[in-house]
Design a protein. Sequence first.
Lengths: 339, 543
Amino acid sequence: MFQNLPLWPERASSFANNVDALYIFLIAVTGFFTLVIFVMIGVFAVKYRQRAGGRATQIEGSYALEATWTLIPFGLFMVMFVWGAAVFMKEVQPPANAMDVFVVGKQWMWKTQHPEGVREINQLHVPVGRDVKLTMISQDVIHSFYIPAFRVKHDVLPGRYTSIWFHAVKTGTYHLFCAEYCGTLHSGMIGEVIVMDPSDYAKWLSGGAAEDSMASTGEKLFQQLGCATCHRSDTQGRGPNLAGVYGKQQLLDNGQTVFVDDNYVRESILNPGSKVVSGFKPIMPTFNGIVSEEQLLSLIAYVKSLGVPQNAPGSNRPAVQQGVTAPNTASKAGNAKVQ
Amino acid sequence: MATAAALPTERQNYLNSNYGWKSWLLTTDHKRIAILYLISITFMFFIGGFFATMIRLELLTPAGDLMTSDTYNKMFSMHGIVMVFFFLIPSIPATLGNFFIPMMIGAKDLAFPRLNLLSWYIYIVSAGLMIYVILTGGVDTGWTFYPPFSTTYSNSNVVLAGIAVFINGFSSILTGLNFIVTTHRMRAPGLTWNRLPLFVWSHYATSVIQVLGTPVVAITVALVAIERLWHVGIFDPKVGGDPVLFQHLFWFYSHPAVYIMILPSMAVMSEVVTCFSRKRIFGYHFVALASIAIAVLGFLVWAHHLFVAGISAYAALVFSLLSYFVAVPSAIKVFNWTATMYKGQISYATPMLYAFGFIGLFTMGGMTGLFLASLGIDVHVTDTYFVIAHFHFIMVGGAVMAYLSGIHFWWPKMTGKMYPEGWGKVAAGLVFIGFNLTFLPQFVLGYMGMPRRYHAYSGEFQVLNVLSTAGASILAIGYLLPLVYLLWSLRYGKDAGPNPWNAIGLEWMTSSPPPTHNFDETPVVTWEAYEYDHAPQEVPVGN
């Protein structure tokens, strides 16, 4: 019946059923109460219409009724809140072993990059049946990465990373929209998400022009930009040795600690003086305006890859902190072409 | 004035007490200022309506073929700015509130009559500036002015538009301040808080929000202008700012501003539903306190606009919970109005038809707000047409329906003339049908995933968009009709007499139009509001 007029987009991710179930529950509850109010108004309007010689019956009010229509809606609202919160909390906590994809938004284009190095424009290829975590940033204004068929959306901010994750359950091609107004061609900042069988995805990943993985691109940049002169792989450098720092708490020179994640590495490159590691002098120059967002992502991938040996399974270092943007301890950046 | 010369014995009233443009532009009579506001906001409403028309015409087809993307972006931006700041926020308070709060409390005027005139002049300056912005190329930031687009990237006239909004805020603050002081200080002897019409209670709650909230948005748009002009790093991360900070500041005002728009509509409802049901309001104290609860809780929910904007998940949980709290007092009001009709003597004059429409549409607007407060659903539907549909149900289905209800209800008092009832009913029907056809399809569009502010869209969304545009054309006729017949009634309408609805309330106990000082003698109030048991049980006109 609704073939030409569907009421919801395809359910192509593991979230879609949860969201739609809640949606249908809300339609049922609110539909019922809306109907009750409409019927009451309709019945009253007809039954108690003005009649010659009739008198209205004055009623001051009723505490029992006030309590009823305060407490019943309130109770139902709390069910909606808890259910909605439960659906949401799943969406904001990416599983630890999710595969990474990086997204850079700009007026008016989506640039995506896989850790293996493959870049795409206004397209995103992902394998079906895997957890995928997107780390996103904007080069200019606020954008919003929205895949209706996955029921996921998050703003893409300039200046800091935000992330979402999803688990596609159905192969196919789906809309990708920018959902935050971003200027002239906002409605043209669209693309497609292509969900493929894992084998097709592996084929696709290796089929493009041979590119370095993001981590090895980052390593080259690390050399070219001269980072390695101070951030040496021993303890003699003027800057801290970066091996193994990613995903850990770091003591700062002001006595505070900071959690080393994507945002902290990015900030340290662009604004090195703001959070200086304990025991070092604030002598690092800023790379603001020198490195692009894509290069920053590669540098972060490299720093992350340095963490792998010390953080490999079997290491008895305790996990440091579980945050909303949880660290991606099992990064694949260092061992590209996982498929 | 020929009529005045022909009828030298006509009772002196606020309209015929003196003539000439000076007597209007320098008036301190709250009733004349209300009329000045009425004319000004009606003008702005049709400007905003023109932009809405252009939006709906463009969206008839998936391709962006009627105008350029930049033009389209300006259309929805200016539609929002004009409708929110220059129509909805002043709408009921500055016209009906201005006219009737002093009359309902038995006062000669507001507490600060000259401040009242000043607020209108401030409004005119800001509206004039906004019209200048529109005529010299417009603004394309959306009504929300989100940086860093507004501060760094937009090529349109953001600063002047921001200044217009900034100035406009003072008009709103002064009106609110005036109402608060008036309600405290000017009530007639015997008119205790427990006897106050709910119209006054609701406006009091509105005024508190206006006074406390508006300065925040004024400062926020000023910061946008400062960053844009002098590159001071406030919001744009390129210069050291934080764009999410703007969204907190903006919505700290702009969410309560929704209640600035809807509380006065609730004010009108309580008067109209009681009058046309011949009933006391059901649960007076609950309705009154619900207004205050909405005003207070309304300040605690702003970040539900930011669930996917980059706030922490725990903040999102708290704001989702608080958003459900604020839904409770609104639900209480709807149930009380409905219960007020029980065992009444209900008649179907135009104001009551709009009231039926209001309760239905406001209920649906409120119910869909529950979807948006739910984190799990909001992630999917925020920034889509679902949100557009939801807030148009509240602000057009709610606020504009109530405004039209109130205008028809008090038109006889304001002008001394009856509007043509048949045309009134036709227009009310057209507005209701047109509104639903315009905005119901947008809920489906939103859940399907069509983002808001899209100039061109994917083909599968076309059917629903065509329905929506068809509805909008019916709605447009529904809005133009009252403009025509209300103006017509000024000359040809039947004389209304002091109280055509047999209504209760001090404003009906004086002649129509009221004399300049409202009452020949200061009334002494010994009764509660809405004692319809002591009124005739029939509304003689309108059926």
